[in-house]
Ligand binder design. Structure first.
Ligand SMILES: C[S@@+](CC[C@H](N)C(=O)[O-])C[C@H]1O[C@@H](n2cnc3c(N)ncnc32)[C@H](O)[C@@H]1O
Length: 229
């Protein structure tokens, strides 16, 4: 097991209630592996310039955006956090306030209302997506009526929501951009990396940053970055 050089406190979520968690994702092992991957990269993340643009897709409770905010400094970057669930955007705002991170929640699907203005502007992109394999019908239903179902229903191979974002990352990432993505074994993480390398050859590269078993799931954090010329 790799030990982080610098440890970062888990964001305080005490303001969230049982009622919130009836409609918003309660952080679980998938959230925590993403925090752990970011924690391992603290020296690298802190070495970057100030004023970076940090975008989390599907922020839910806001735990991940608050965590990256604690790494970079609560007001030292522009923190944008999208979610399709209006309750999630409310919780994200509250979690930012609770943890002194100026998160700007945006009610939109993936990056819809950010494009094309944020083309090639995102320095740090984060996504813990709905990754559980389901029927396409179930995914469509939950994407159109956001709630707890849209936290996990991912369509075929659990990849239908993630695939849309993956098709955009070359347009989204800045010249120093990095992207952290949570996946499970059924999403075929090594194939995801291979397909990004192939599709954006010479422009984007990727690796498994962290992996671990949690109950019945094998969780991965994939990291993608710009290939420097
Ligand atoms: C697994 S939860 C992760 C929540 C939080 N980031 C965490 O790690 O605890 C997935 C989140 O993605 C959101 N989501 C699902 N589909 C989305 C979409 N098309 N655009 C934006 N957010 C989406 C869900 O509402 C949910 O908050």
């Amino acid at each position: 097991m790799t030990t982080p050089l610098i440890s970062i406190a888990t964001p305080n979520l005490d303001h969230l209630t049982k009622l919130d968690y009836e409609v918003v994702y309660d952080p679980a092992e998938d959230s925590f592996i993403l925090l752990d991957a970011l924690e391992l990269d603290v020296p690298e993340l802190r070495a970057g310039p100030s004023g970076r643009v940090c975008v989390e897709i599907g922020s839910g409770s806001g735990i991940v955006s608050s965590f990256i905010g604690s790494i970079l400094g609560g007001t030292d970057a522009l923190y944008l956090a999208t979610d399709i669930n209006p309750h999630a955007t409310k919780c994200t705002l509250g979690t930012g306030l609770q943890n002194s991170v100026a998160i700007n929640p945006i009610l939109t699907s993936l990056t819809t209302s950010l494009l094309p203005r944020l083309d090639h502007k995102i320095d740090i992109l984060l996504f813990n997506p709905p990754y559980v394999p389901t029927s396409l019908a179930e995914m469509d239903l939950t994407q159109n009526a956001p709630g707890i179902g849209s936290t996990w229903a991912g369509g075929e191979d659990g990849m239908d929501v993630t695939a849309v974002l993956l098709s955009q990352i070359d347009d989204l990432l800045s010249p120093i951009g990095v992207f952290y993505l949570v996946a499970i074994r059924q999403n075929k993480p090594l194939e995801i990396i291979a397909s990004i390398r192939k599709k954006f050859e010479g422009r984007l590269d990727g690796k498994v940053a962290l992996q671990r078993r949690a109950g019945g799931e094998m969780l991965f954090v994939l990291k993608f970055w710009r290939v420097q010329p």
